[in-house]
Design a protein around this ligand. Sequence first.
Ligand code: F0G
Length: 447
Amino acid sequence: MVEPIRSTTRAERERALDAAGWNVFQLAAADVELDLLTDSGTGAMSQAQWAALIQGDESYAGSRSFDRFREAVNDVLGFPLVVPAHQGRGAESVFFGAVIDPGEIVPSNAHFDTTRAHIEVREGIALDLPVAAALDPDLDVSFKGDMDTDALADLLAGEDGERVSIVMLTLTNNAGGGQPVSMANIREVARLAREHSKKLVLDIARFAENAWFIRELEEGYADTSLPDVVREMLSEADGVLMSAKKDAIANIGGFVAIREDEVFFKRLQDRGIVFEGFPTYGGLAGRDLEAIAVGLKEVLGEDYLRHRIEQVAYLGAVLEEQGAAILKPVGGHAVYLNAGRMLPEIPAARFPAQALTCALYLAGGVRGVEIGSVMAGRDPLSGENRVPPLELVRLAVPRRVYSSRQLEQAGDAAAEVVADPGSVRGLEMTSEAPVLRHFTARFRPVG
Ligand code: F0G
């Protein structure tokens, strides 16, 4: 299938961005030339997935499509008990609603924004414990997605340890550069969780990309097959949360899956019925379940995954060549620009990463996403703006959509900003929602 892309002029983009309140989430997709807003649900499905759609069994209860979906989840990931949901945050709602009491602390390497929101709306505390290396954007070392296990050990052994019932890891770490988590770290986190009788739950939105890095970079895995790396990665976990819009290469869908504990499974199913739908469809059409079942297997194809990781690395190389400051090393699904470095004159209070996102759109019709002070939001207790460790702009690559030549347009847009950073104006926020404000906040340029 071929989708036409409309060219736009700078004047058209200026008008569109102004009407969008200087927030690229509010742009019409037709006004975007290279859409690197997200890799979520934006992938192109394969022939095999389209063929599977035709097999969709749309029975309300007990459909064959659900059986195929459940079998794929169990075959690829090793979790027999699965509750489908309409997308990742639906799975988060089902899961956290069943486990979070007010005051509960949920440690992770780094929570993604929707995960944090689902914990915080239930008055829980989403605690990020990244390794120190994760906070140095220039340090080019492997596995910057790891959790700080000393900090986790201290938390679990201390007074607050009683307020923890689950420990999480996000594979790969989306909030911190798409960096992978090593097998050694997963194992150590699992050991600590077990020692303190806590459950380990993994957010596996990008499990295949994480497995690729383990096989390429971690000692002892060069000869292990990707499906075996995945099985080993997940073997320590009690449960997983999945957004099928990423590494199941589907346009919609998600699930919670656990290994055992029929009583807890029943609770998850009951919550699923209220919010997502009957437990054999969970907010999805039978055909969506089919697409996910096929995608979960395709994503571990050698040729696919090599191309995927290399294409994202190529985007990183192009951007660097044009003088952009990027977070090192390049992660699995996106390149993260260091906006603080590229626009040093714009103070944090004037949202440098949001300003850079807007500048890239104006320069080249390229849409990225801010991962900085806007997305960080406000502390739910104090109401103060949170100060994130880094001001980043993520350029996420949709799966199987763009050619590498098309991605070069992002390099050209970055080059314009690099040539004249003084022309980029800071922003003032004029309206914001109380939760997940980055989607709808409005701004105006100042200075
Ligand atoms: N977990 C991670 C690590 C994610 O990256 C996302 C979504 C979710 C959970 C929620 O899943 O969107 O299906 O409800 N990330 C998207 C992104 C939105 O652009 O990175 P969802």
